[in-house]
Design a protein around this ligand. Structure first.
Ligand code: HEM
Length: 541
């Protein structure tokens, strides 16, 4: 998202803000407590040995290791090598020599995600407030967050999610029909699955069809999503600095008349209008004593569900979550399925085995059938492990604290430590993708996509860290993904429908080769930089 911001600012505001941020940074900086933790070398302007001889641009120098983190074509090229070299906790250098801690150690992650001593970094908080508004579940904290989340959970329990199954089946079948109707040899399945996913969320959460959601909202949302990739180190640096501005200044900035801010404003305002329309429609039904649909907003507003012991939500509190719901479950679920289908296209044997399992279950289509398909679920777990939609996130220490380690580490000065003291303001990176390649946790060859690991029983059970199979893909702690059961059932339904009816193979053309690049989420990306998953599709049934 910072890239959108960067594109939006004119150069004089940019210069003034940059100077203020740089001066503020150096005045306020305290010596880091993590300097003694091993980590990759950095070529920044402050620390780089090649300062005078290198031909790096100023932006590249200032970015430190962020250059390697944010600008490799495939996600994790450096991150996974650093993990091998330095272990599951290491230090690296952020912008302006800012020392950061990358964390993939299970005990440390548990602590960071559950401790009240950590919260969203100010960069993340600003980004979320900007895009989703200041009342989004993702950005809220404490009691308000807990209260709203508890209420919204009514639409995400195991029982509530089972009721969405017909919706998932309807849109999975619509995708099949579109594939069938296509006479192209190679089909880009990305827009098809994207549309099915957004249609399912609109219906399950608001009771709306895509038409009712409106073309304008979908276009504005897509503009924000596609604008979220960085194209140059300068753009990255500038976006990052903008996001460090105090919230009051960002509120001024978002009103600037630029194209990117206009897209953010439009999306936010359209989401609120859509949410308000859905809420008012359901309230009108309730007032007339008529039945309200059992979509999420319907469940929240149905007087029959009101319980005097529950903290009921105001209309505004419900409406404020519209954009969050639509975005949180869209690209995340779509991209996980796209990467999974891509892996199946690479591995005909695995695909045939999965298809055989799906065909053997035909006719057993009660609500629980999907959970009793071992290979299907192993495949979905492996897709979630290998391609976490949010491969990392940031947290900031709210006070001086000590992070415990399950494995311990040896410092640069040779001392063996089992915990790391950090100062207030320390940024830690929650290394979701790194944790999911952890050597000791996932059995043989964690860097290989291999669903069989889940069937062999070699995946370590360990202390539960996320809500599902010890994966961190849905995060953990108070901000654990609310929609994880929803996403799982949707993936089970769609994969069964598509693999049951079609066979997928990779096209030969180099221009169709897909890599995993990080934009707003981990995104399947073509050599031309666009999102896409072109596959050779053949009907099998
Ligand atoms: C494979 C699919 C999905 C993945 C990988 C995923 C992942 C995540 C992650 C990592 C977070 C934490 C974000 C953070 O705090 O940094 C999150 C939060 C959230 N997700 Fe999901 N998500 C998925 C699907 C869904 C779906 C389908 C929905 C709803 C329909 C949903 C709704 C939410 C909500 C409301 C939150 C905010 C929870 C809170 O802060 O209390 N997600 N998700």
């Amino acid at each position: 998202m910072e890239s959108l911001i960067a594109k939006s600012m004119n150069s004089s505001i940019a210069l003034a803000t940059s100077v203020a941020v740089i001066v503020g940074y150096f005045v306020l900086r305290r010596r880091s407590t993590i300097r003694n933790i091993p980590g990759p070398p950095c070529h920044s302007w402050i620390y780089g040995a090649d300062f005078l001889v290198s031909n790096m641009s100023l932006a590249e120098r200032i970015l430190g290791n962020m250059l390697e983190v944010a600008f490799t074509p495939t996600y994790g090229e450096h991150e996974f090598l650093w993990q091998k070299a330095y272990g599951s906790v290491y230090r690296f250098t952020g912008c302006f020599g800012d020392e950061r801690l990358m964390v993939a150690d299970p005990m440390a992650l548990q602590y960071i995600l559950n401790s009240p001593h950590f919260a969203l970094s100010s960069l993340m908080q600003n980004m979320i407030d900007l895009v989703f508004g200041e009342h989004s579940l993702i950005g809220l904290r404490g009691q308000t967050h807990k209260r709203i989340r508890n209420e919204f959970n009514i639409g995400f329990t195991a029982a509530a999610v089972r009721d969405y199954q017909p919706i998932f089946e309807k849109f999975a079948q619509a995708t099949s029909q579109q594939l069938e109707a296509s006479d192209a040899e190679i089909v880009d399945i990305s827009p098809l699955l994207g549309k099915a996913t957004v249609a399912a969320i609109a219906e399950a959460t608001l009771g709306y069809s895509l038409e009712e959601l409106g073309e304008a909202y979908q276009t504005a949302n897509a503009e924000i999503m596609t604008g979220a990739a960085y194209h140059s180190p300068g753009e990255y640096l500038f976006g990052t600095m903008m996001m460090r501005l105090p919230p009051w200044l960002l509120r001024v900035v978002i009103n600037l008349p630029t194209k990117a801010f206009d897209a953010i404003r439009r999306t936010r305002s359209l989401a609120l209008q859509i949410g308000a329309r859905a809420v008012q429609g359901k309230q009108a039904l309730a007032q007339q004593g008529l039945d309200i649909d059992t979509d999420l907003f319907g469940l929240l507003l149905d007087p029959q569900n009101s319980d005097t012991t529950r903290d009921k939500l105001t209309s505004e509190e419900i409406i404020s979550q519209t954009g969050t719901m639509m975005v949180a479950g869209h690209e995340t679920t779509t991209n996980t399925m796209l990467f999974g289908l891509l892996e199946l296209a690479k591995n005909a044997e695995l695909q045939d085995e999965l298809r055989a399992e799906i065909h053997s279950m035909a006719g057993a289509g009660d609500n629980h059938a999907y959970d009793s398909m071992p290979l299907l679920n192993a495949f979905i777990k492996e897709s979630l492990r290998f391609y976490p939609a949010e491969p990392s996130t940031e947290r900031m220490a709210l006070q001086d604290t000590v992070i415990p380690l399950s494995e311990g580490l040896t410092t640069i000065s040779g001392e063996r430590i089992s915990q790391i003291p950090v100062r207030k303001g320390q940024i830690v990176i929650v290394g979701i993708a790194s944790y999911q390649r952890h050597d000791l946790r996932w059995g043989e060859n964690p860097n290989v996509f291999r669903p069989a690991r889940w069937l062999e029983g070699t995946v370590s059970k360990g202390d539960a860290i996320g809500p599902y199979s010890n994966l961190l893909t849905f995060l953990g702690g108070p901000h654990t993904c609310l929609g994880w059961r929803f996403a799982l059932l949707e993936m089970q339904v769609v994969i069964c429908e598509l693999i049951g009816k079609f066979s997928f193979a990779l096209p030969e053309d180099e221009n169709d080769r897909v890599i995993a690049r990080r934009t707003n989420t981990l995104q399947p990306t073509l050599p031309n930089g666009k999102k896409g998953v072109p596959l050779r599709v053949t009907r099998v049934l």
